[in-house]
Write a protein of this length. Structure first.
Length: 227
């Protein structure tokens, strides 16, 4: 197999993956990984290579090495939440906070996009901290405020206030007045359950007042808040 691959006119992962499998099947696990890494080309999928190397290490029982070298890249999925779930499922011995932190560290500037993953793991304080660092989808935050009002009211309030914050900053896809009202009502509903309605409404007023006069969110909620 290796001799045959040497005849290929181009080094392509599409072909070289079989060399990796052949070496691994012979028990040459270290050689298999070196072969995979050496053959990296500009047009090759780094995720596919990481997946192959991860399989080799896992088959050798080297779980921690598989995680540290390839686990995060090999389990990239369609969304940030799906990626987190894929890694956590494959490496159940790893604390979820550690997995989340490692994923956040390899995607600088995208901290807010890991909000749903942190929420899914029950890391509510971490979720709010991430959503406050960089933009997070206001609709996702508003849904969290609505859905967690009863079981995690403090988290729900924080998510709702952040939803309004990012709306004021102009973030969100195809935002309508209904989306603004949903975020506002969900925030106040959660605040009432926590027993701090007046205080949270004052916080919301400050968030909305920071928007430029004539801004979209201010137009929607201005009369309600006396702005």
């Amino acid at each position: 197999m290796l001799a045959l691959l040497e005849l290929a006119p181009y080094e392509m992962w599409q072909y070289r993956q079989y060399g990796v499998e052949a070496l691994a099947a012979r028990g040459n696990k270290a050689d298999a990984i070196r072969y995979a890494e050496t053959g990296r080309g500009l047009n090759d999928s780094p995720v596919a290579i990481a997946q192959a190397c991860e399989r080799v290490l896992l088959s050798s029982g080297l779980v921690d090495e598989a995680y540290s070298r390839y686990g995060l890249e090999a389990n990239q999925a369609g969304t940030y939440l799906a990626t987190f779930r894929a890694v956590a499922k494959k490496y159940p011995h790893k604390p979820v906070r550690e997995i989340l932190g490692d994923l956040v560290s390899i995607s600088p500037g995208e901290e807010g996009k890991w909000f749903a993953a942190a929420k899914d793991a029950g890391l509510y304080d971490d979720a709010l901290a991430l959503a406050s660092r960089t933009p997070c989808d206001p609709k996702t935050l508003a849904r969290a405020a609505r859905d967690y009002a009863d079981k995690q009211p403090a988290f729900a309030v924080g998510a709702g206030v952040l939803s309004l914050h990012w709306l004021v900053q102009g973030y969100g896809y195809e935002i309508t007045g209904a989306d603004v009202w949903e975020a506002y009502r969900a925030t106040l509903a959660a605040a009432e359950r926590q027993g701090c309605g007046a205080e949270v409404k004052e916080r919301v007023c400050k968030v909305i007042a920071a928007e430029t006069a004539g801004g979209f969110v201010r137009k929607v909620l201005g009369r309600e808040l006396g702005l």
